[in-house]
Write a protein that binds this ligand. Structure first.
Ligand code: ADE
Length: 303
């Protein structure tokens, strides 16, 4: 199916495969708004190769808005101490809600002239607060987000948001994992990166998104992959991959994906020294000695 123009939300992209199903109405591909106190953190990220090219070609419309621009007073205060005491500062509701409402309205204005379906969807644009207590991000959630016309990501800072922000905006809350970052910016980048690569045309090769870990029906992680050289530090490549037999290769990859997923799910205690059919890379010489020698001969620092 490679090289065929397929419709995605009413447009045809040559070479794109429908990773995300068509909605059947005309639109740009996706608008993402990022609300943050640190807009400069996104400069390199958004201009980088994949996202930069997709933005330049009009597949993605990604905008960054500074929450502090919506703060009041000469000091443009955005944070304050928590009622009832406790450590740190919280993001005040006023600037965050004003900023989000401005961005929602701006998107609606931009949709004037688009068809009714697009306008309705923009009106329902979900505001997503990035916070460690939110719904856990998985590939399933990423796929769900990538089917939306528009998402609005709000980055928390300090000890988090005043609880009324979520209620006032009818927001969803999203976490990228059970750990605490110093702010939602890096989490927003994770979401943008994972979501945008599912928008047809962004990745160049749509098949690779479909073969990614977690994207297959069983949500399996990918097994080991190899490229040239055929031998590296005494380690070879499994014969099946050099056999040219595509049926056998697909079967082997499926088996390896199952093994890799089981091993990942079992956690580190199950990995210690036990033999496995996934014991790879294939040693062709004395791999450990060669690796040790390579480490010994590698300069530790460059003056
Ligand atoms: N902000 C701080 N930690 C976070 C996390 N784990 N996920 C999303 N946003 C966050």
């Amino acid at each position: 199916m490679k090289g065929v123009a397929v419709p995605f939300r009413g447009r045809s992209i040559p070479g794109a495969l429908p990773v995300v199903p068509s909605r059947g109405h005309e639109s740009f591909f996706m608008r993402i708004d990022i609300l943050t106190l640190f807009p400069e953190m996104f400069t390199g990220f958004l201009d980088g190769s994949l996202l930069g090219a997709a933005r330049a070609s009009g597949l993605l419309d990604i905008r960054v808005t500074n929450i502090r621009d919506f703060a009041e007073g000469v000091h443009r205060q955005v944070d304050d101490r928590p009622f009832g005491g406790g450590p740190g500062m919280l993001l005040m509701p006023g600037p965050v809600v004003a900023c989000a409402e401005h961005v929602v309205a701006d998107g609606l204005q931009a949709a004037v002239g688009a068809d009714v379906g697009v306008q309705a969807e923009r009106a329902a644009a979900p505001v997503i607060l990035l916070t460690p207590g939110g719904r856990r991000l998985t590939q399933e959630v990423v796929e769900e987000l990538s089917r939306r016309e528009r998402i609005i990501l709000v980055c928390g800072r300090y000890e988090g948001f005043d609880a009324r922000v979520s209620t006032a905006l009818g927001a969803e809350e999203l976490s990228i994992g059970d750990f605490v970052l110093s702010g939602g910016e890096v989490a927003a980048m994770v979401v943008v990166d994972a979501v945008c690569r599912l928008v047809p045309g962004v990745l160049g090769d749509e098949e690779s998104a479909r073969q990614d870990s977690f994207s297959n029906p069983g949500r399996l992680v990918e097994g080991p992959q190899y490229t040239r050289p055929r031998e590296f530090r005494g380690m070879g490549v499994p014969d099946v991959l050099l056999s040219g037999d595509h049926g056998k290769i697909a079967k082997w990859r499926q088996e390896q994906a199952i093994v890799a997923t089981r091993r990942r799910d079992a956690g580190p205690s199950d990995r210690s020294g036990e033999p496995s059919i996934n014991q790879s890379p294939v040693p062709t010489k004395k791999a450990p000695e060669l690796t040790a020698r390579a480490i010994e001969t590698t300069p530790r620092s460059v003056p």
